[in-house]
Design a protein around this ligand. Structure first.
Ligand code: PA5
Length: 441
């Protein structure tokens, strides 16, 4: 399913980059498999494609059908790991233009992923007088952004449909036992889905967190899980031939040789939010203890005309990982008898042929400019290939964190801003911190 080409990396790292890491890779893979490394309590995602809750999966599919029948819009409320996975998959498989398409599934609008008043007002205006449902997603059940958004959309639903009617349109995805959202969902009688205890937010796209909104968009979530299961089987093999081992080792060797930034590049605009998901996955997993590759992303060829200069000639601190999908459609470039633009050498050629040559040209130029290139080749974009790629990146991320010597499954740094924000907002219990902060402002 996935082909990894590291030939444009090897000139930048020691020839024995893989063998010198074999022992650490073996240990890392064993820790992931046995859930006994740092953060092992949060490695439930490793076997999720096989061990997921089948009863809940069927409920997700049934809830998606009900939402499709009842509503023209689904508002997905969540932030970070409770948002990006669903959006990544929906954009990738159903298009970033999904809401503009003629379709028999609801529009998907996102809320609670920021604090912009204008964005909120726009979302409300976009719903208009259409029927809508809400999927509120928060593992902790206490995150400010989605909690504020949920208040607003819950009130709107209750005003429109009454308390009982609203209850039929609210779906809560949260912890199975703890948190304010769990308490509210129990009290109000919302349909509930669970974020498993052993799966952290950024690894949760293949749980109800991602699966319910994805299913509402009409995507085959069984195929998504099947793709992930294929990756799980393939990548569990402890071997230097394992592409996940090879990629993790190459990333680590590149980091040690001074390449501190990884640019994820793709030639498909529908991949943009997949990159956002990937950035959170790697940024939160590796960026700690003063270490970690900084994950960034570019969309080619568009960004060659904005970021291309820096990539080619700026600080030599980055490497690129290019994801290439096999094209689905074909489009032939027309002939122009007058050849005004001088492009007749392309007449009759498929646009995908031009894109392929662009990709090759860019890789060679960037490598010549001192930017090592990893190439990941995938079959056509599909639920199966997306599931495979999600699991591949998750698994490489786990291995990479262990190679780096960090706990890839915690995110202690995320709390710092939250504490300050609670204090400045006057949350009870934060009075001392509030006084300290205000003295500094
Ligand atoms: O990966 C993470 O843990 C975070 O990005 C969380 O998903 C994010 O902060 C949202 O948290 P919660 O789901 O508890 O609202």
């Amino acid at each position: 399913m996935l082909t990894l080409d590291l030939s444009k990396v090897t000139d930048f790292i020691p020839a024995d980059y893989l063998t010198t890491r074999e022992a650490r890779l073996t240990e890392a893979a064993s820790m992931l498999a046995h859930h006994n490394g740092p953060g092992g309590d949060f490695t439930g995602w490793v076997s999720l494609p096989r061990d997921y809750d089948k009863e809940e999966f069927a409920r997700i599919q049934a809830a998606a059908k009900k939402i499709q029948q009842q509503s023209q819009v689904l508002v997905v409320i969540g932030i970070g790991g409770s948002y990006l996975g669903a959006r990544a998959v929906i954009d990738l498989l159903a298009s970033p233009n999904y809401n503009l398409k003629k379709k028999d599934t609801p529009d998907i609008l996102y809320a609670g992923n920021g604090l912009s008043t204008d964005a909120l007002l726009e979302t409300i205006a976009l719903i208009g007088d259409r029927d809508f449902s809400v999927n509120v997603i928060s593992k902790s059940g206490t995150t400010t952004e989605p909690a504020v958004a949920f208040r607003i959309f819950k009130t709107m639903l209750e005003e429109k449909y009454g308390k009982e009617g609203a209850k039929e349109r609210i779906y809560a995805t949260t912890d199975k036992a703890r948190g304010a959202l769990k308490g509210l969902a129990d009290t109000e009688g919302y349909e509930e889905f669970v974020v498993p205890d052993d799966v952290g937010g950024r690894y949760s796209v293949l749980t109800a967190v991602g699966l319910l909104p994805i299913a509402v968009a009409g995507i085959d979530i069984q195929a998504l899980m099947d793709g992930a299961a294929q990756a799980m089987t393939a990548l569990a093999v402890p071997s230097l031939d394992n592409p996940a081992w090879q990629y993790a080792a190459a990333r680590h060797a590149l980091y040690e040789s001074g390449k501190k930034i990884e640019l994820l590049a793709c030639y498909e605009p529908c991949f943009r939010f997949f990159s956002e998901w990937w950035k959170q996955l790697y940024g939160e997993s590796e960026g700690k203890d003063g270490k970690g590759i900084f994950p960034a992303s570019v969309e080619f060829t568009a960004d060659l005309h904005s970021m291309g200069q820096y990539i080619q000639e700026g600080e030599r601190i980055m490497f690129e990982t290019v994801v290439q999908f096999a094209p689905q459609g074909t489009f032939q470039i027309p002939n122009d008898p007058a050849n005004v633009d001088g492009l007749n050498f392309l007449s009759g050629k498929n646009l995908s042929f031009v894109a392929e040559q662009a990709l090759k040209a860019v890789i060679l130029a960037h490598v010549d400019g001192g930017v090592p290139n990893v190439l990941i080749q995938m079959p056509q974009i599909s639920a199966l290939s997306a599931g495979y790629l999600i699991y591949f990146f998750e698994y490489v991320c786990g291995l990479s964190g262990y190679l780096l010597g960090v706990n890839p499954f915690n995110q202690p740094g995320v709390e710092a801003y939250k504490v300050n924000m609670y204090a400045l907002l006057g949350k009870p219990g934060y009075e001392e911190q509030k006084a300290k902060l205000e003295a500094r402002l």
